[in-house]
Ligand binder design. Structure first.
Ligand code: ADP
Ligand code: F6P
Length: 477
């Protein structure tokens, strides 16, 4: 390890998770979720370090290198995992920020622990950052870190990016600790959101809650200006595009189709097993298509990958039971010897296998009830240089703002989901190619590198002087 870094990522999770095998040996596995997918290639291309939790409780580890990244582990006790990670992050903030699709839990003990753990991350970042370093804090688990870090190290340039939606003022207002969270975020020089709507919700909140004026993208504090802006996150398009052209991936994709019984249509869902992802809604639509005869027996197979996630949080436990019951019911009604309409996997997958699955899929079904962006949708597009394949995409995913040529659906409307799934399956190759070409143009030009460099360029460039505050509007941006 080299000492202090001039570029730091601070995120709840490191890029890799420590897993203990049944025989007691420890190994590293890539952490789940879109944040790691997006940030890992950015850090690999820039020299810097990543401060984060390594995924195991009650264990202190020294900084180490992995896959070209310098990783600095932050320890969490079992109690902190329960109260800070499973509790305040994933039972309070996660549902609240995702349109309360599940009821958020408000508990003081969880909040206290969230504050304590954020302090620890801020201290770890302060110790790892070189003089005047650029520090990029990630996501809802660490919203207090920017202000805490500024207090410890006023010399740093601090950016924050929220990977999930920022809710409307009326929802955020319910939080008993709303003021602390907003003040925490305002410790950053630049606060980034997935969509312009999130940035504008935040500015509105700062005005209503703290009486802060803003103009355009800038919020005026007494002594500083905080910039707020949308930076839609993306994927490593060229890496995926190159990978799926490799002979072993092409061969594996063909093999998968054969293993699935060579149906006319392969539909695919790839998600963390999360109640925001609308997995139940898409399976219900597929089940109805089988039941009402729109799909003939054996015509289509739905592969649903449901990556294990937050398994000790009650809502996630219930969700797993519900989905597995639903899969069992649909398969029970429609399977025959040698044909199982839904292939369900509660497992993690290697990068190559996932790419082969994307390449196999004729229709990708992405139906979240609310999602900050959804990288799976963009990964699917990146894998189809053959211009084959239709994307069924929820209007409530951030990605729908960019991927207008998808088969857009309201996931709450089962008839709509059925209709669009059928349209994608029945579309002519010419129609699919027309849509896919436009979406690929978008994802290839606005890839993860562009996302990161636009954010970091904005973070580097100076904001207006606080004096401009006098001319700031109190009403609109
Ligand atoms: P979220 O961040 O909410 O999990 P995204 O769709 O934005 O949702 O990102 C999910 C990321 O996790 C994608 O990069 C996807 O490839 C990856 N992923 C999802 N399921 C698996 C799995 N079973 N194995 C490996 N990677 C997975
Ligand atoms: O992208 C949203 C996000 O919550 C990330 O912050 C997180 O790393 C990922 O999903 C996976 O969730 P978790 O870290 O809770 O497994």
């Amino acid at each position: 390890m080299t000492g202090r870094s001039s570029f730091l990522i601070v995120a709840n999770r490191l890029a890799v998770d420590r897993t203990i095998e049944p025989d007691g040996t420890a190994s590293w596995r890539r952490s789940p979720g879109g944040l790691v997918t997006a940030i890992a290639p950015v850090l690999q291309r820039r020299h810097g370090a990543w401060v984060g939790w390594h995924g195991a409780a009650d264990e202190r580890l020294k900084p180490f290198e992995h896959d070209g990244m310098e990783l600095i582990p932050v320890p969490l006790t079992a109690e902190e995992v329960e109260l800070y990670y499973e509790g305040f992050s994933n039972a309070t903030l996660w549902p609240l920020y995702h349109d309360v699709v599940a009821p958020p839990v408000f508990e003081r003990e969880m909040w206290e622990c969230y504050r304590r753990v954020n302090e620890r991350f801020a201290e770890a970042a302060a110790a790892a950052a070189d003089d005047g370093a650029m520090v990029w804090v990630q996501d809802y688990q660490l919203q207090l870190v920017p202000a805490m870090l500024r207090k410890l190290r006023p010399d740093l340039r601090i950016g924050f990016f929220l990977h999930i939606p920022f809710p409307p003022v009326e929802l955020f207002w319910r939080l008993p600790w709303r003021k602390d969270l907003v003040e925490g975020l305002l410790g950053a020089d630049l606060v980034g959101f997935q969509l312009p709507g999130g940035a504008s919700n935040f500015r509105m909140l700062c005005r209503r809650l703290l009486g802060l004026p803003y103009k355009g993208n800038e919020i005026f504090l007494d002594d500083r200006v905080v910039r707020t802006q949308a930076f839609p996150i993306s994927v490593d398009f060229s890496a995926l595009d190159t990978l799926v052209r490799e002979p072993h991936i092409v061969a594996r994709a063909k093999e998968i189709r054969v293993e699935l019984g060579d149906p006319e249509h392969v539909l695919l869902g790839v998600d963390r097993l999360d109640y925001t992802k609308g997995i139940g809604q898409r399976l219900e639509a597929f089940g109805e298509l089988l039941k009402d005869g729109s799909l003939s027996p054996g015509e289509a197979v739905f592969v649903q990958i449901a990556t294990p996630s937050r398994e000790r949080v009650d809502e996630y436990r219930r969700l797993r039971d519900d989905i597995e019951l639903q899969v069992g019911r649909i398969n029970g009604e429609h399977a025959s010897l040698g044909y199982q309409p839904i292939q369900y996997f509660h497992q993690s997958y290697a990068h190559d296998e996932l790419a082969a699955l994307y390449l196999t899929a004729d229709v990708m079904v992405v139906t979240p009830l609310r999602d900050g962006m959804n990288l799976v949708a963009k990964e699917y597009i990146s894998c189809h240089h053959d211009l084959h394949g239709g994307l069924v995409l929820s209007e409530f995913a951030g990605a729908a703002d960019e991927l207008r040529q998808a088969y857009l659906v309201n996931p709450y409307d089962v008839e709509d989901v059925k209709r669009q799934m059928m349209s994608a399956m029945r579309a002519t190759p010419h129609e699919l190619a027309r849509r896919m070409r436009t979406m690929r143009r978008r994802v290839s030009t606005y890839d993860v590198d562009r996302w990161a460099s636009e954010f970091l360029t904005a973070l580097e460039s100076p904001a207006s002087q606080p004096a401009t505050r006098r001319s700031a509007s109190w009403r609109s941006g």
